[in-house]
Ligand binder design. Structure first.
Ligand code: TXA
Ligand code: MG
Length: 296
């Protein structure tokens, strides 16, 4: 199903057998928990127990790219949460996703619709490329508006971002009127049964090796090196992509995964990417680039 962030591989979150098929299709290890998607705030509280902070964040950001990690209720099978006592839940901001959830009458568990460890899909075509016949149906909702995954937040006992995403730290702090921490990779993993691949260093990876351009270093100019730039086209030879010529982080986020895929499809043998400014959506973009480069 399409969402505003990336496409998701959806199954009835209350049906353990259906959820197991998600793990099988993705080649995803069972210890990485899934996000449960609902259509209404009240439906969210049937799968998770809200706190004051959770209610406030839900009222402000749902539907939208924010996942709340909250104590789970017993209706959610263990396989969804990898046995954790918490569940991640969100309301996606996409009419087709909401229609699908409402038509099924069920909360839908959905990870990003990519093979384990690979680049997340932001068009229906990306999903078809990776899954061919392995999924029942691809709902084409057009290109994803946000383009990076939801921000995963554990609101209590004090607000902590487990994964930067489409809602920025600045927006969360403004809504809660208190500081919001961003977990380091090691700390993030502490919240999970074992290190979760979604939080592992090597993730969102293109096929070709990717390295980050040193600050201020010249771009390689060689047909064997693909180059991913933020706002200024790299000079010289070699395939390149510019995320946003106007330096707009929202546009850069929306274009990130498709640009990585296009570069990955060239005849270059390796890729160099530059980081973007570390503010707003730049934190989510840089998080994905660092992980694609195998760094935390
Ligand atoms: O935007 C998104 O969040 C997309 C769309 C489809 O909604 N979904 C997505 O799912 O990115 P996935 O499975 O690729 O990433 C889910 C992340 C993982 O890093 C997982 O470890 C974390 O959320 N997560 C899920 N439940 C959790 C929990 N109970 N505690 C801590 N982390 C959790
Ligand atoms: Mg994913």
């Amino acid at each position: 199903m399409p969402t505003e962030t990336v496409y998701g591989l959806a199954a009835d979150a209350l049906d353990a057998q259906a959820v197991l098929r998600i793990f099988a299709a993705k080649g995803r290890p069972r210890f990485d928990p899934l996000i449960v998607h609902v259509a209404e705030v009240e439906q969210a509280w049937t799968v998770a127990q809200p706190s004051d902070r959770a209610r406030r964040l839900a009222a402000r950001f749902w539907p939208g790219p924010l996942t709340l990690v909250l104590p789970r209720r017993a209706v959610i099978p263990d396989v969804v949460t990898s046995g954790l006592e918490t569940v991640g839940v969100r309301i996606p901001d996409h009419p087709l996703a909401l229609a699908l959830i409402r038509a099924s009458g069920r909360p839908l568990a959905a990870p990003s619709a990519n093979l384990f460890g690979r680049i997340s899909p932001t068009t229906a075509e990306h999903v078809r490329e990776q899954f061919a016949s392995a999924v029942a149906r691809v709902l084409d909702g057009g290109p994803c508006r946000v383009g990076v995954e939801s921000t995963v937040v554990r609101p209590d006992p004090s607000p902590l971002i487990l994964r930067p995403g489409g809602v920025t730290r600045e927006q969360l702090e403004a809504s809660l009127a208190e500081p919001v921490a961003i977990a380091e990779r090691d700390a993030r993993a502490d919240h999970l049964p074992r290190e979760a691949p979604g939080l592992l260093a090597s993730h969102y990876a293109p096929r070709m090796p990717l390295s980050l351009r040193e600050d201020g270093a010249p771009w390689p100019s060689d047909p064997t090196v693909a180059r991913l730039a933020f706002s200024q086209a790299p000079p010289g030879a070699g395939p390149s992509e510019v995320l946003s010529p106007t330096g707009d982080l929202g546009i850069a986020a929306a274009r990130l995964f498709a640009a990585l895929r296009r570069l990955d499809a060239t005849t270059a043998t390796r890729m160099v990417a530059e980081l973007v400014p570390e503010t707003g959506l730049g934190q989510a973009i840089n998080d994905r680039l660092r992980r694609a480069a195998g760094l935390g």
